[in-house]
Design a protein around this ligand. Structure first.
Ligand SMILES: Nc1ncnc2c1ncn2[C@@H]1O[C@H](COP(=O)(O)OP(=O)(O)O)[C@@H](O)[C@H]1O
Ligand SMILES: [Mg+2]
Length: 477
C-alpha cells in the first residue's frame, strides 16, 4: 500500500478515536449527572418518609392526648396532623412513581395508614360520644400500636430499598467510571500514536517528493543544456548550409560568366577564323574545280562552323540577350525536339516587356536542364513546356511522361543534401531570385515547376494589356 494512503488511513483512525473519546467523555458526564439526580431523589424519598412518619407520630400523639385529656386543642392538633398524612402519602407516591417495587410498598403503606386512621377515628368518636370510660379505647390503642409497628417496618423497607438501589447504582457507576477511564486512556494513546505515525509517513513522503523534484529539476536542467547544445549545433549547421548555398550560387554565377566568355571566344574568334578559312578555301575551290578534296574541306569547315555555333549557343544563348526569353525558348525547344526526336507541345506566352537578364538566364537554364533530363533519363516520347505570367509570378512548367525520378533520388534532392548540379542547381538559381521550385515525379512521369516573382512593371502591364500568345511551334517531332 502506498505510504500516502497509509498516512491518510492513520489520520482518519486517529481523528475517529479522538471523536470517540469526546463521545465517551460526554457519556460519562451525563452518567455523573444522572447519578447526582439519583442521589438527590433517594434523599428526597428519605425526607418524605421522615415527614410521613412524623405526621403519623404527631397524629398518634395528639389522639392519645385527646383520649386521655378530652382537650379540644389536642383534638385540633390531631385533626391537623391527620389532614397532612394523605398529602405526604401522595407526595411519596409521586416521587417513586418510576419504581414499581416502591409503588407496591406505597400501596401497602397507604392501606396500613388508612386502617390506622380509621382506628383513630373510631377512638376519637368514642371519646366524643362520652360513653362510660373507656370501654374500647385500650383495645383500639393496642391495635393502633400494632399498625404503627407494621408501618415502621414498611417505611424501613422502603428506605432500605432506596439505599440498595443507590448502592447498586454507585457500584455500576464506579465500574463505568473505571471502564471509561480505561477506554479514554487506550484511545488517547492510540490516537497520539497514530498521529505520530501519520506525521512520520507524511514527512517521509515530503522528503521523497522534494528529492524527486530536485531530480526532475536536475533532469530538466540537463535537458535544457542538451537542447541548447542541439540548438547551437543546428545553428552552426544552418550557417554552414547557408555558406554552402552561397558558395554554390557564386559558383553557378562564375560558371555562367565562364560559359559566356567561352561562347563569345568560340563565336567571335574561332568562328571568325573558320569563316575566314572558308572564304580562302572557296577562292581555292574556284581555281581548282576538279579537285574533290577542296569540296570535302569546305564541307568539314561548314560542319565545324555549325557545331561551333551550336556549342557557343548552348554555352550562352546569344539570342537570349537579343530576342528575350520567350523567343529563344521557343527556338530552343524546337531545335531540341528535332534533335532528340521528341514530341513537345509548347505554350510559351510573350511578355509585354523584357525581363531582367538574370531572370531570363535562370529561366533558360531551367528549360535547358529540364529538357536535357528528359532526353537523358526520362525515356519519354512526348513532353510539354508551358510558360506564363500567373498574377505576380512567372511560371515555367516542364512535363514528361517517362519513367520518373527514383524515389530515393527524389528524397535526396528534397532533403537538400546536394548542391550545384542539375536539379539542385535549378533550385539554387530560383531561390536566389526569390522563387520556388517543385519537382513531382512518379512512375508515370515528371513535372518541374518553377515560379519567380515577376518584375512589378511586367505584372502591372500584364493586368491592362493582354498577352500576345507566342507563335507556338505546336507539336514538334
Ligand atoms: N525527367 C526525368 N525523368 C527521369 N529521371 C530523372 C528526370 N530528371 C532527373 N532524373 C533523375 O534525377 C537524377 C538527378 O538529375 P540531375 O540533378 O539533373 O542530375 P544529372 O542529370 O546530372 O544526373 C538523374 O540522375 C536522374 O536519375
Ligand atoms: Mg541533369
Amino acid at each position: 500500500m502506498p505510504s500516502l494512503t497509509k498516512a491518510r488511513i492513520a489520520f482518519v483512525i486517529a481523528i475517529g478515536l479522538l471523536v470517540a473519546c469526546a463521545l465517551v467523555v460526554y457519556g460519562t458526564l451525563r452518567g455523573l449527572n444522572e447519578s447526582e439526580i439519583r442521589v438527590q431523589h433517594a434523599q428526597q424519598v428519605q425526607v418524605l418518609l421522615g415527614e410521613l412518619e412524623s405526621a403519623i407520630a404527631s397524629a398518634a400523639r395528639a389522639r392519645l392526648t385527646y383520649v386521655f385529656s378530652g382537650n379540644d386543642d389536642s383534638l385540633n392538633q390531631y385533626q391537623t396532623a391527620v389532614a397532612r398524612i394523605p398529602a405526604k402519602l401522595s407526595e411519596l407516591r409521586q416521587s417513586v412513581k418510576d419504581e414499581p417495587i416502591q409503588l407496591s410498598y406505597c400501596d401497602k403503606l397507604e392501606h396500613l395508614v388508612t386502617t390506622r386512621i380509621e382506628l383513630w377515628e373510631k377512638s376519637v368518636a368514642l371519646k366524643r360520644s362520652g360513653a362510660p370510660e373507656p370501654a374500647g379505647q385500650p383495645d383500639l390503642t393496642r391495635q393502633s400500636v400494632m399498625f404503627a409497628e407494621e408501618i415502621i417496618s414498611v417505611t424501613q423497607t422502603m428506605r432500605d430499598e432506596e439505599s440498595n438501589q443507590l448502592a447498586g447504582r454507585r457500584t455500576a457507576a464506579g465500574f463505568n467510571f473505571f471502564l471509561t477511564n480505561a477506554i479514554l486512556v487506550v484511545s488517547f494513546i492510540a490516537a497520539v500514536w497514530l498521529l505520530f505515525w501519520h506525521y512520520r509517513l507524511q514527512r517521509a513522503e515530503l522528503i521523497a517528493r522534494e528529492r524527486a523534484e530536485k531530480e526532475t529539476l536536475a533532469a530538466a536542467q540537463a535537458a535544457q543544456l542538451a537542447e541548447n547544445k542541439a540548438r547551437a549545433a543546428e545553428k552552426s549547421a544552418l550557417a554552414s548550409h547557408e555558406a554552402a548555398r552561397h558558395l554554390s550560387a557564386r559558383l553557378l554565377h562564375l560558371q555562367d560568366e565562364e560559359r559566356r566568355r567561352l561562347s563569345r571566344e568560340l563565336h567571335d574568334s574561332t568562328g571568325q577564323h573558320l569563316a575566314a578559312a572558308k572564304m580562302v578555301l572557296s577562292s581555292l575551290t574556284m581555281s581548282q574545280p576538279n579537285d574533290r578534296r577542296y569540296a570535302e574541306c569546305m564541307e568539314l569547315l561548314d560542319r565545324s562552323l555549325r557545331e561551333i555555333r551550336t556549342i557557343s549557343h548552348l554555352l550562352h544563348p546569344s539570342g537570349l540577350e537579343e530576342a528575350g526569353f520567350s523567343t529563344s525558348a521557343r527556338w530552343y525547344v524546337e531545335e531540341f525536339a528535332k534533335r532528340s526526336n521528341t514530341e513537345i507541345r509548347v505554350d510559351i506566352a510573350e511578355l509585354p516587356e523584357r525581363l531582367p537578364r538574370e531572370v531570363e538566364l535562370a529561366l533558360f537554364r531551367v528549360l535547358q536542364e529540364g529538357l536535357a533530363n528528359i532526353h537523358r533519363h526520362a525515356k519519354s516520347r512526348s513532353a510539354e513546356v508551358e510558360f506564363r505570367l500567373e498574377g505576380a509570378q512567372l511560371a515555367l512548367e516542364i512535363r514528361d511522361h517517362g519513367v520518373g525520378i527514383a524515389p530515393e533520388m527524389l528524397e535526396q534532392f528534397r532533403s537538400a543534401a546536394v548542391f550545384g548540379v542539375g536539379l539542385a542547381g535549378i533550385r539554387e538559381r530560383v531561390r536566389d531570385l526569390g522563387g520556388t521550385f517543385n519537382v513531382d515525379s512518379n512512375g508515370e512521369g515528371t513535372r518541374l515547376r518553377v515560379t519567380i516573382p515577376a518584375p512589378q512593371s511586367a505584372a502591372s502591364r500584364a493586368g491592362t494589356e493582354p498577352f500576345r500568345k507566342g507563335s507556338s511551334p505546336g507539336l514538334n517531332s
